[in-house]
Design a protein around this ligand. Sequence first.
Ligand code: HEM
Length: 385
Amino acid sequence: DRFWLPGERPGRPVELDEERGVWNVYGHAETLQVLTDPATYTSDTGRLMPGVMDDSYREGNLVRMDGLPHRKLRRLVNHAFTPKIVADLEPRIRDLATELLDEVEGRDELELVADLASPLPVIVIAELLGVPSGDRHLFKQWVDKMINFDELPMNDDPEELKREVAAQLAQVQPMFDYLHEHAAERRRRPRQDLLSQLVEAEVDGERLSDNEVVNFVSLLLVAGHITTTMLLGNTVLCLDRDPEQAARVRADRTLTPTAIEESLRVSTPSAILARATETAVELGGQRVPADQMLMLWLSAANRDERVFADPDRFDAGRQPNPHLGFGRGAHFCLGAPLARLEGRIVLNLLLDRFPLLRTIEDRPPTFMPSPELTGVSTLPLRVVD
Ligand code: HEM
């Protein structure tokens, strides 16, 4: 059951996968060590495959940047995601979720992902950016394409790899064109939206180029959509699998935030992060040379029994819960407050509106195809009175 367990529980906190030439990091302490030392463990993993991705797609991609350029861009975009701006979205997000649920009112079944968990985060991001939410089917198409990109082999011929990357990016060229058009339009006529803010923002007298804005926004779409969709679906599924915990949350709504954190821990949507070593290091008792790729299995670190008692148990009130589902350190998820808010609103709304929602025996949930993404891709539910 891939949803419930992150694969075999690994024997050692750090292991070399000789076939793929990458180091798997499973331990919580070891993952933290990597995430909090960006000078030694770079996020710019593209460095190991120089020239494979055209630089024009790399600039502005916050999650793959390091050091000063990362800090500058992060400071700039932080303005758009302050706790106050996110908290102010609460009534709007509740209205949107309510409208989506109104559309399934009276039915005795719903498909949580298509009916609510997928559209909600896209509409929220589209509204934040200021692009018409009527275009959301386009966003969904592009994101679906990006998450279905084939995994690229590490030790392949660089020229072939380069062609494959170019072919994949070409599939979402319409998205880049669309975002370029919108960014150029905001430069001419700024509005009250995130795109205008990004186009106009200045750090140390410098502004972002249209290309940086577009790459950052495409990152937001990918990073902020499917992960939030999975969080919402996974939380409902966790509660479905443990009726005792579900009853506990229903009876005590102060537990919704801790239930969301616990869902992120046991079914970590963004399950694997990549880093590369800048120098030779000692990690988890292993000597890892310079220029090696590390795969950080957040899903495994989140079940490390050295940190979490009874790690396979879903405990809706677990506290403290130092899970790594949003990463840690310099790259800590920019959208975490927004994802948490959406999670809390949706869970509370579902508990308010439905006496009970249960999975359907002959139509079980389906799961995302990639090991990097732990979560439901469809979740049919029956409304029980
Ligand atoms: C970074 C997970 C929702 C935007 C990250 C990272 C993780 C993560 C693990 C760290 C990446 C790394 O260190 O390499 C998640 C999960 C989400 C979620 C599980 C939902 C449950 C969102 C949302 C947004 C967002 C809603 C924006 C609207 C970002 C951005 C970064 C990031 C821009 C890069 C930050 C940086 O590099 O400084 N996310 N995320 N995420 N996330 Fe999220």
